[in-house]
Design a protein. Sequence first.
Length: 215
Amino acid sequence: MLVMLFVIFTFTTSAFSKDHNIRTYKDRGIKYYPFYPKKGTIKYGKASWYGKPFHGRLTANGERYNMYAMTAAHRTYALGTVLKVTSLKNWRSVIVRVNDRGPFYSSRKIDLSYGVAKKLGFVKKGIEKIKIEVLSSKGQKSKKIIRNQKVQVASFFDKENAHSFKKKHNLKNAIIVKQYIKNHKKTAYKIIVKCTPWEANKLLKSKKFSGAYKV
């Protein structure tokens, strides 16, 4: 029997795509496949906005969300994509940069920052019919991903079990740390996943992995 000290969390190779801007991800059981949209692509739909509850939190690209900045969240456009968003009611336009993921509601195409919604004039209404035009999506590789966060996901008293667990779940970004536990008078083999700030934040917020913690 495996002796578990802490909650299990598995990161597979798909979770750590070589290009962070188009990394595949899953939300509410649905898998999304981001891509670099072609310059000049035009889409129509509804936009919503998000503000204070998220201000200062980490976005999908690791930045701190600034509700006053000209940014947006899109489900599948590559992070860093520059868009021109135009209100179909008053024809005001704003240039935004995609730095987050969402909205996860089928009726909306894009989530805009409070600052963008204010410029487009639909803060009070909450939702606006808009036109989205892709201005720039170079398709270039993202900058080197910096995984400067560490999250402990599991621990075993048996070394072989720890290695088997790591191999079974393909945890290529995990390390096994050896530590003597005085209370148990045994050596523990802790599995620690190296994460980006966004990955760590998503893990720590998940109810499913409530026992995981930063080290």
